[in-house]
Each structure stands twice: as structure tokens, then as C-alpha cells.
Design a protein around this ligand. Structure first.
Ligand code: ADP
Ligand code: G3P
Length: 503
């Protein structure tokens, strides 16, 4: 009998592989950094060969660490950094260019041009997204326009476009399958949320040949089997979801009104809105949470670009701490931030502002301000940004939020989690397994092959570790949020021009 499900988590900074047993416990983990390339200011790329070689390497390493045989693995689930765009020869698998990473800003001028043509509403209504370089569609268009011969070859049907999930499935199946799942498709600007398929009109507006696109499949089914030479045994590849959606599934946010926040470099909040694709009146994103057997569940998403990265700046930029984990004690050494507000808009602001011209701002400094106050203000900034996104979500979606489930590196910080509960006025709940992204991918794969039975198992495997109850009076909460918004206003529109490449 099979004993494990293997989750492959291809992220922005590393490739990871985790082996889960039937109880959802991590039996082995292997990880390898994947350094991004920065060929110009605002450009971020990954080497496709490195994405694959590190990912298959850690997969084999995880099996070895657990002493597991490939035949012990019931299925492989894939989860990935989203939006990152690849283009390859569909016959040989040869990439035409490095992958353009989600953080890459090179298509800002193209987005501005599409906005100037009055097309933002069309894209927003159909895809749930905004015209921002973050998403895949304009990145793919850039590749077709700039890689010599790419457009002609694309029109002849010789090329394949994919996000990282498609690339991994193509490689895992020895080039047999060119697929993606609905969650990843919903980040491309090319996928119609309402029909569940590629949208010909949007393809025409972006001048992208349909022949390039992968088949869109549900998030949980057997897409194919691993090529014989990889593990010496053909393991079913049976789950795909973008990393934030996988974390939402792994957090068992299965019913409308349930939400999770992942505290990593940035923060990604997703709120389950059920079978309805709820449009946002506050510049949040509408996205597919997962597709099970052709039934799509949707989510509202708020993306905060800088959260843990502000702690990284305290460490690397200011030398206030030696390790990220030390920020908690430093911040706790003072009772308040002493009136300091820190808006870490290092790369502009994401949701709900979407201001690429905002820049980092410290206000309220006095002669008495210390490093401890800055540390506290940095943690508060994460809590404020997340609170603003969740407050906007509550206005877009009427269901009351009963609790916020949390994960990611920053969720280990108890002071930050208490600040979050205080600013939201709802309990913040941390689970026992914080590897929720990989767990979500494993669950999707395990459900497809009968390793787990159904959603009941997802709920059963999720267990609470600690609850942070809100303890701040409502008027104090309002006052702090109002001051935060004033600080945000001071950060906005500061950069004179965005450092972008050509369109
Ligand atoms: N105790 C902590 N308090 C606040 N932030 C932390 C803490 N520990 C780590 N971080 C931040 O969390 C981030 C790492 O979390 P992780 O979930 O691994 O992120 P990612 O997946 O984005 O690389 C870093 O930006 C780091 O500064
Ligand atoms: O790889 P991560 O964890 O930084 O996640 C990236 C997101 O999927 C981008 O949308």
C-alpha cells in the first residue's frame, strides 16, 4: 500500500519537496535555493532549466531522506509561484528565454497603454485582475515581441506557453502533457473566470495565438504519470494549484467567509467566496481558489508586496538585528511604537492602493525614537496592511469573518499575530502544520487518487495550535488605522518615475 504523497513547491526563492503521510505529517523535506536573475532594474528572471533541475533534485532527495521507495508514493501534487511566464519548444522542451518572474515590472508601459485605450474594465470583468505587470498575459506578449522568430513559430503551433506548474508537468511527464489548472490560469489575464476557459477576445487584444496555451484542467485529477527515467516508477501527477490557493486549501478554508493570510516576503490574503466570483469595489483581485471536478470555488485576494521584507531591511539595511527572529524581542522591549509609523512601500504599494510610485516612509520620528520603536513600527506595518486588505474584503463580501488563519515565516511571531488580532477585531488562528502550501498541494493530489477520501479529511487534518484573541478597544483600533492611512498618504506618489524597461 502507498504511504505518502509528495508535494513539489516551486517558489520564488527556492524549490522544495515535502513528503506527507496519511495524517498530514511532514515525513521529509528537501529544499534548494533558486537564485533569481536581475538583468536590469525592475526585471526579474529565473532560468527554466534551474527551476526544473532543483525541483526534481529535491524530490529525489526527500524520498531518500524518508527512506521511501517511489512505489510508496501515491501521487505528486504541484504548487508554484504564480504568474511567472515561460515559453518553450513543445517538441524539444527547449526554453526560448528565461522565465519572466511575477515581480518583473518590464511590461508597465504596455499595461499603461492598454489602460489608456480604456480596456481595464474589460479585463477586470472577465479575469478579475487589473492591468498590472504582475500577471502573465503582458509578459507573454513581451516574449512574442522580443524573442526573434517567436511569433512566427508560435503561430505555426511549435511553441508552448506555461506558468511554472505547466513547465513542471511537461517535464515530469516527459513532454507528454501541456496543461495548467484553473487557479494558475486565473492569474494570466487570458482566462475568463465566468466561462472557465481561455477568452478569445482577450487573446486578440493582447495578440496572443491560442495555439500556445495549455489545456486548463481541474486542480485535482490525474494529469499523467512521471516519465520512467525519473523515479524508475510511474507516479501519478494528480494535483496542481498556485501557491496561495494551495495554502488556502491546506488551511481548510473550505466554506465561504473563511480566510487565510500568509506572512512571507509579502502577505497574500485569500477569502473564500464560494461558487460566486465576487467582483471587488476596492481593487482586490477575484481569483479561482480551486476547481474540483469542474466545480470552481472563487476567492477575493489582496496582495501586499512588502511584509517580512521590512524585517529583512531592519536586519540587512539597518543592522538592528542579526536574524529575522530577533525582531520580536526588540519590538517587545518598548510598549508602543512611540508614535512612529513606517510604510514599507519599497516597491510601491499593492492592494488596495496599487501605487507603483509610492516609496518607503517613516513618520513621527522624535529625538527619543529608538531602533526598538522602528522594529515595532515595522511589525505594525504588516498588521496594518493586512488589516486594510481584510477590511476591504469585508465590504466586498458580506459574510462575517469569524477568524483569520495564518501561516508563513512571520506567523511564528506571536507579537505580530497579537497586533493582527487587535487591528482586525477577530481571532487569529495558527495551525499545527504551518507548511500549509505544500499540504494543500498534497491534499489535492491525494484526493484525486483516493489516498484521502474527501473534504472531510482536509478539515480533519487541519489542527489549531494557538489562538490570538483581539484585546484592543474598537475606538483605539479605529484611531490607529486612521493614523496609518495618514502615513500611507505621505508615502504615495513619491517616486518621480518608475524604473521600467522598454515596453
Ligand atoms: N519572527 C519573525 N517575525 C517577523 N518576520 C519574520 C520572522 N521570521 C521570519 N520573518 C520574515 O518572513 C520571511 C520569510 O518567510 P517565508 O514564509 O519563508 O517567506 P517566502 O516564502 O516569501 O520566502 C522573511 O521576509 C523574514 O524576514
Ligand atoms: O513564491 P512565493 O511564496 O513568494 O509566492 C509568490 C506568489 O505566488 C506570487 O503571486
Amino acid at each position: 500500500m502507498t504511504r505518502y504523497v509528495l508535494a513539489l513547491d516551486q517558489g520564488t526563492t527556492s524549490s522544495r519537496a515535502l513528503l506527507f503521510d496519511r495524517e498530514g505529517t511532514v515525513q521529509a523535506l528537501a529544499q534548494k535555493e533558486v537564485p533569481p536573475h536581475f538583468p536590469r532594474p525592475g526585471w526579474v528572471e529565473h532560468d527554466p532549466g534551474e527551476l526544473w533541475s532543483t525541483q526534481i533534485g529535491v524530490a529525489q532527495e526527500a524520498l531518500a531522506r524518508a527512506g521511501a521507495r517511489p512505489a510508496d508514493v501515491a501521487a505528486i501534487g504541484i504548487t508554484n509561484q504564480r504568474e511567472t511566464t515561460l515559453l518553450w519548444d513543445r517538441r524539444t522542451g527547449e526554453p526560448l528565454h528565461r522565465a519572466i518572474v511575477w515581480q518583473d515590472r518590464r511590461t508597465a508601459p504596455l499595461c499603461a497603454e492598454l489602460r489608456a485605450r480604456g480596456l481595464e474594465d474589460t479585463f477586470r470583468e472577465r479575469t478579475g485582475l487589473l492591468l498590472d505587470p504582475y500577471f502573465s498575459g503582458t509578459k507573454l506578449r513581451w516574449l512574442l515581441d522580443h524573442v526573434p522568430g517567436a511569433r512566427e513559430r508560435a503561430e505555426r503551433g511549435e511553441l508552448a506557453f506555461g506558468t511554472v506548474d505547466s513547465w513542471l508537468v511537461y517535464q515530469l511527464t516527459g513532454g507528454e502533457r501541456h496543461v495548467t489548472d484553473a487557479t494558475n490560469a486565473s492569474r494570466t489575464l487570458l482566462y475568463n473566470l465566468h466561462t472557465g476557459g481561455w477568452d478569445d477576445e482577450l487573446l486578440a487584444l493582447l495578440d496572443i495565438p491560442r495555439a500556445l496555451l495549455p489545456e486548463v484542467r481541474p486542480s485535482s485529477e490525474v494529469y499523467g504519470h512521471t516519465a520512467a527515467h525519473l523515479f524508475g516508477h510511474r507516479i501519478p501527477v494528480a494535483g496542481i494549484a498556485g501557491d496561495q490557493q494551495a495554502a488556502t486549501f491546506g488551511q481548510a478554508c473550505l466554506t465561504p467567509g473563511m480566510a487565510k493570510n500568509t506572512y512571507g516576503t509579502g502577505c497574500f490574503l485569500l477569502l473564500n467566496t464560494g461558487e460566486q466570483a465576487v467582483p471587488s469595489g476596492h481593487r482586490l483581485l477575484t481569483t479561482v481558489a480551486w476547481d474540483l471536478g469542474g466545480r470552481r470555488t472563487y476567492a477575493l485576494e489582496g496582495s501586499v508586496f512588502v511584509a517580512g521584507a521590512a524585517v529583512g531591511w531592519l536586519r540587512d539595511g539597518l543592522g538592528l538585528i542579526r536574524e529575522a527572529g530577533e525582531v520580536e524581542a526588540l519590538a517587545a522591549s518598548v510598549p508602543t511604537s512611540g508614535g512612529v509609523y513606517f510604510v514599507p512601500a519599497f516597491v510601491g504599494l499593492g492592494a488596495p492602493y496599487w501605487d507603483p510610485y509610492a516609496r518607503g516612509t517613516l513618520v513621527g520620528l522624535t529625538r527619543g525614537t529608538t531602533g526598538a520603536h522602528l522594529a515595532r513600527a515595522a511589525l505594525e506595518a504588516t498588521a496594518f496592511q493586512s488589516a486594510e486588505v481584510l477590511l476591504a474584503m469585508r465590504q466586498d463580501h458580506a459574510a462575517p469573518l469569524r477568524e483569520l488563519r495564518v501561516d508563513g515565516g512571520g506567523s511564528r511571531n506571536a507579537l505580530l499575530m497579537q497586533m493582527q488580532a487587535d487591528l482586525l477585531g477577530v481571532p487569529v488562528v495558527r495551525p499545527r502544520v504551518t507548511e500549509t502550501t505544500a499540504l494543500g498541494a498534497a491534499l489535492l493530489a491525494g484526493l484525486a487518487v483516493g489516498f484521502w477520501e474527501g473534504p472531510g479529511d482536509v478539515t480533519r487534518l487541519w489542527q489549531e495550535e494557538r489562538v490570538f484573541e483581539p484585546a484592543l478597544p474598537g475606538d483605539e483600533r479605529e484611531h490607529r488605522l486612521a493614523r496609518w492611512r495618514q502615513a500611507v498618504e505621505r508615502s504615495r506618489g513619491w517616486a518621480e518615475e518608475e524604473q521600467d524597461g522598454e515596453a
